[in-house]
Design a protein around this ligand. Structure first.
Ligand code: FAD
Length: 595
């Protein structure tokens, strides 16, 4: 009897423990709707009085470099405010919304009335004192070009302050697939690839309809390979020659890949350098540059910025580097300037980060800076249908991919220029297409795409479909099976072993990898998306900025997507990251060494 009683007691205690946990902790998983592979899982714990005691983000598969901040900041904010209705983290809105929605769902699924917890609580942030700082060089923007400029300036003896308006570094650069076009002229590898600096130069100018400035283009292509070596000296790791590939719209297999997760390696590397030089480098996040200061002679001499708490920060400096990136996320600006598409309203999504709003354009306009080719805006045919993001794209490179429309038919050259491929896509039903791959690319489905996502994860998240046969795949895609089967059969005729000379591809494609004949097969849908703003402020080969009278604005430099005249009407894939390294380095050196 005693034994039975103690067993009952033990069971009762266990039940109480389970009930106590079940009573106060609630878990839910929600679709983050991002690029990231879908789900965010959160657990929220309520104290006895019903207040929020703890929140944890158990799993978040958004892009590294984006997911960390909301996962860290939102749980603390919810506990501090005892509210689920707290502000999202800038630059990570979708992940933030998913975390907030997850907490709400967890509580509501557990039968908790969330009315009181949904009340917005005003969190009063005490405004810090206004301050004035001194530096040799101030850099606006902590993306690829900005941090390359900052490090290069420091290497040339300058004390540097970098201001970044977002709560994290990276800008568009950290979202990038990591493809960097570069040729080591006359190297054995370049000769094997039939490539040269001059061929890169010619293709860049030709690909941009000869609108690019030849001197800037030559500076880009001549220094790109050395730029990669410079990042290696800083500690960045790159994959070898075997991994060199032709990125979408790159027009030649000359894109090098970082060894780690896409472009995150740039920021690990640049971040380590900055951390190792605390005496000479100061990176200020959540600090938005508002105005570039000039002295009586019109030379740049610092900036005015707004700090995290709304305080004013004045930075006096010998020189200023503007590296604020592009304006693809600023619908008003892109519509005002667009001279190519005529349809860049908010319905056309963008691959860019939220901070790509063209602040640099506005600050430079105030100094009468000269702008070139602002109407040249690049779209890609490769956006996620829900978000416009490039992530979720199942392709690896150009040679193995095929595009089919809603009728299951090919409609254009998948190895062509980015503008041509996007125009072709706009001409299809609902401007919607599928990329089809086979198991040569994903033998098990656990291999990753260019954004670190496995094919299986994409399928699980409903962002791609998978089937053993093309007929089944067609059913999942919702396209006529007979068309898809015939399309792939025709495509396969041109693949390795095909006779392109006598039987050319009907769309003029000349680059073909292995046939698509090895099931299971994969397909992922894509739509047009605004990707890059090729126009910008006019610079010379030292990254000095011109004014509208054709004169140099002294001590003012610019690099990266905020500049114009390099890529012409159509940027080659893989040339923008090269641009950030090459011109970032030059801008930093010029800014450090100016009088
Ligand atoms: P960014 O990296 O965008 O940095 C600008 C920074 O300035 C941002 O952090 C921004 O917040 C900050 N800023 C803006 N205004 C202010 C202000 N007022 N005050 C303070 N800070 C401010 N190119 C390639 O060559 N290869 C690729 O594989 C590739 N893939 C890509 C994939 C995606 C999804 C995207 C969006 C682009 C890709 N590109 C690629 C293009 C390339 O990444 C960008 O053109 C390039 O990284 C731009 O670098 P940047 O330094 O000029 O700007």
């Amino acid at each position: 009897m005693k034994k039975i009683l103690s067993v009952i007691l033990a069971l009762a205690l266990m039940m109480t423990a389970v009930l106590a946990v079940a009573d106060t902790s609630y878990t839910a998983t929600v679709d983050s709707q991002i690029g990231g592979v879908g789900a965010v899982t959160v657990t929220v714990t309520l104290a006895d009085d019903g207040s929020i005691a703890a929140v944890t983000v158990d799993e978040c598969k958004d892009t590294p470099g984006i997911c960390e901040l909301p996962c860290e900041q939102l749980p603390a904010a919810m506990v501090a405010a005892n509210s689920i209705n707290v502000d999202t983290v800038a630059g990570a809105t979708l992940t933030s919304n998913a975390i907030l929605a997850g907490v709400k769902a967890a509580l509501e699924n557990g039968g908790v009335d969330t009315t009181a917890l949904m009340e917005k609580k005003e969190i009063v942030v005490e405004k810090a004192a206004d301050e004035t700082l001194e530096a040799d060089v101030v850099v606006i923007g902590a993306g690829g070009a900005g941090l390359a400029a900052a490090i290069s300036a420091e290497q040339n003896g300058a004390k540097v302050i970098v201001v970044e308006k977002m709560p994290k570094v990276g800008g568009n650069t950290i979202l990038a697939g990591g493809a960097v076009n570069a040729v080591e002229d006359r190297s054995e590898f370049a000769i094997k690839q039939n490539d040269s600096v001059y061929w890169h130069y010619w293709q860049t100018l030709n690909g941009g309809d000869w609108q690019g400035d030849p001197e800037l283009v030559m500076t880009l292509v001549e220094n790109a390979y050395d730029g990669i070596q410079w990042t290696k000296e800083l500690g960045m790791e790159w994959l070898g020659e075997d991994a060199v590939f032709m990125v979408s719209g790159g027009l030649w297999p000359r894109a090098w890949k970082p060894a780690g997760m896409a472009s995150a390696g740039f920021f690990e590397t640049y971040g380590k350098y900055i951390d190792a030089h605390p005496e000479t480098m100061n990176l200020m996040l959540n600090t938005k540059a508002e105005k570039i200061l000039t002295d009586a002679s019109g030379a740049a001499c610092g900036i005015i910025a707004t700090g995290e708490t709304g305080n004013t920060i004045t930075i006096n400096a010998k020189s200023v580097v503007v590296a604020t990136g592009g304006f693809a996320k600023n619908v008003a600006l892109r519509q005002a300037y667009d001279s190519i598409w005529g349809i860049l309203d908010e319905k056309v999504m963008s691959t860019n980060h939220e901070g790509a709003t063209g602040d640099g354009v506005k600050m430079l306009q105030a100094l009468n800076a000269d702008f070139v080719q602002m109407g040249n805006i690049q779209l890609l045919p490769l956006g996620d249908p829900k978000t416009g993001s490039l992530s979720g794209n199942i392709e690896h490179g150009v040679d193995t991919r095929i595009f089919v429309n809603k009728s299951g038919l090919r409609y254009g050259n998948e190895a062509g220029r980015r503008d041509d491929m996007t125009r072709d896509l706009f001409a299809q039903e609902d401007a919607y297409m599928w990329i089809v791959m086979d198991s040569d690319t994903y033998p098990t489905g656990d291999e990753v795409n260019n954004f670190g996502e496995t094919a299986n994860q994409l399928v699980e998240a409903g962002r791609a479909v998978k089937a053993d046969t093309l007929e089944e795949l067609a059913e999942k895609m919702g396209v006529p099976a007979e068309n898809l089967v015939a399309t792939i059969a025709e495509y396969n005729r041109h693949c390795i072993g095909g006779d392109l000379e006598n039987q050319p591809d009907e769309f003029g494609r000349t680059l073909f990898g292995p046939a698509i004949d090895n099931g299971p097969f994969y397909a992922g849908a894509r739509v047009p998306t605004v990707h890059h703003t090729m126009g910008g402020v006019r610079i010379d080969t030292q990254c000095r900025v011109y004014n509208e009278n054709g004169e140099i604005i002294e001590n003012l430099y610019a690099a990266g997507e905020v500049t114009g005249g390099i890529h012409g009407s159509n940027r080659l894939g893989g040339n923008a990251l090269a641009d950030t390294i090459v011109f970032g380095r030059i801008a930093g050196e010029s800014a450090a060494l100016c009088k």
